[in-house]
Design a protein around this ligand. Structure first.
Ligand code: UDP
Length: 416
């Protein structure tokens, strides 16, 4: 296990976007917990939503007077293949073949992390299934690492594979609290008195989400050969079957019959803990080679946070056509930029899109295409929806709200 370095951030940077009252309340809550030592543990420091959240929240917890650290587990590719199966099984894939060899490699990898775990924390937050068994494996040594343990599940686990859920269910016991994004994700055998429902959030001050000059947006898009004068739609997501990138391409092809000059960009970071990514990336690239208006890019093409910010700002419509979704930070990211979002009617996306007011929830490729056409035909309606969506994000999905949930939970589990 290794610690991830962080750099200083200030909660005061949020004052232009969030009410002073909300920030003062947060500071007041945190004041009671000065010096509380908090450790976050997850699987990767790069790629995907959890890394995105921790990058912001760990230094802000420090700024609020806590002592927050972030550690990632050491694991090999076979481990991430197994935990991606767990992820897929959580999201409802019932075809996963789960066996004892997978269980053994999962345990062996986590056991290999025990001796390098930092110690002396008040609260340890374990994110998602990859490191979930750590407190069970630590046994009595658990208290040396942390006095209180919280499991944060970011995945849509409303309908999990029963064998895989049965396997992970046994790891819940040592946790003082479990945090889920929606109440629908809480399985009936999870102890209800230890559950908190809290949605993730985006950082409006980060390079991914902060305001940019129009000229910067145009320049960066030009570097990727995107013509901002022509209709432009995008989906920003890992290359993962649940994000349905093939469905997005099919929807785009229908839109193209009506808008022949429309362009599509699929941008996806190839996350360290997501071994499926490269295969799907290659599949999409080869299925679109004949169409010069489809751009498929990733961190391999130097697509970083500011570039994603530009793509989301340049788009006329942002799509997040997931079939299952824990939350989908990309929805709030796009709405914050004043974009109407078309999202699959799945998990956390339904929290973030008010159907018909801030975008549309869709159930099929055809519906996704029809709604995209509707928005491209009516820029004024798109603008109004985008503005309404931005206010929804301001109220519910900015970092300060999530930090308030965290600090309140720390006060509950660690007491005064
Ligand atoms: N992301 C990125 N570059 C990409 C694709 C995605 O930085 O090429 C970011 C995206 O902007 C978002 C995060 O990765 O902040 C993905 O989080 P989300 O909750 O949408 O999905 P997850 O990957 O966690 O399933």
């Amino acid at each position: 296990m290794r610690l991830v370095p962080s750099w200083p951030r200030s909660i005061d940077d949020f004052r232009p976007m969030v009410s002073n009252t909300a920030i003062n309340e947060l500071q007041k809550l945190a004041w009671r917990l000065q010096g509380l030592k908090v450790l976050h543990i997850n699987a990767t420091e790069y790629g995907g939503g959890v890394a995105e959240l921790l990058l912001t929240q760990v230094p802000l917890m420090d700024d609020l007077g806590l002592q927050a650290h972030w550690a990632v587990i050491d694991a090999d590719e076979a481990f991430f293949e197994i935990t991606k199966s767990v992820h897929n099984a959580f999201q409802g894939n019932k075809d996963i073949k789960w066996d004892s060899t997978m269980e053994e490699h999962y345990f062996e990898t986590l056991r290999g992390n025990l001796d390098s775990m930092p110690t002396g924390y008040d609260v340890v937050i374990v994110h998602d299934p990859q490191p979930m068994a750590l407190p069970v494996l630590l046994g009595e040594r658990r208290k040396e690492v942390g006095k209180h343990w919280i499991w944060r599940c970011h995945i849509d686990c409303a309908d999990p594979h029963p064998d895989v859920w049965g396997f992970v269910r046994q790891f819940l016991e040592p946790y003082d609290a479990m945090v889920f994004t929606m109440k629908e994700f809480v399985q009936p055998d999870v102890p209800a008195d230890r559950v908190l429902v809290s949605a993730p959030s985006i950082d409006p001050t980060s390079p991914k989400n902060s305001a940019l000059e129009a000229v910067t947006v145009q320049d960066i898009c030009r570097q990727y050969h995107i013509d901002v004068r022509r209709p432009f739609i995008t989906q920003v997501s890992r290359f993962d079957p649940w994000k349905d990138p093939h469905g997005v391409v099919r929807a785009y092809q229908i839109v193209k019959e009506k808008f022949p000059d429309v362009q599509l960009l699929l941008a996806g970071s190839l996350a360290h803990d997501d071994p499926e990514g490269m295969g799907i990336f290659n599949e999409i690239v080869s299925s679109c080679t004949d169409d010069r208006d489809v751009y498929v890019v990733s961190n391999l093409q130097q697509v970083g946070n500011t570039t994603i910010n530009c793509f989301q700002r340049a788009a006329d419509v942002v799509i997040q056509k997931s079939l299952r979704e824990g939350f989908g930070l990309t929805v709030s990211e796009a709405a914050w930029k004043g974009k109407p979002v078309i999202g699959g009617r799945a998990g956390g996306i339904t929290l973030q899109i008010e159907d018909g007011r801030t975008g549309f929830l869709v159930d099929s490729v055809e519906e996704c295409a029809a709604r995209t056409i509707e928005l491209l035909e009516d820029p004024e309606r798109s603008r109004t929806m985008g503005e309404t969506g931005r206010e929804l994000v301001r109220e519910q999905f900015l970092t300060t709200r999530e930090l308030t949930d965290w600090v309140s939970l720390f006060a509950d589990v660690a007491g005064s």
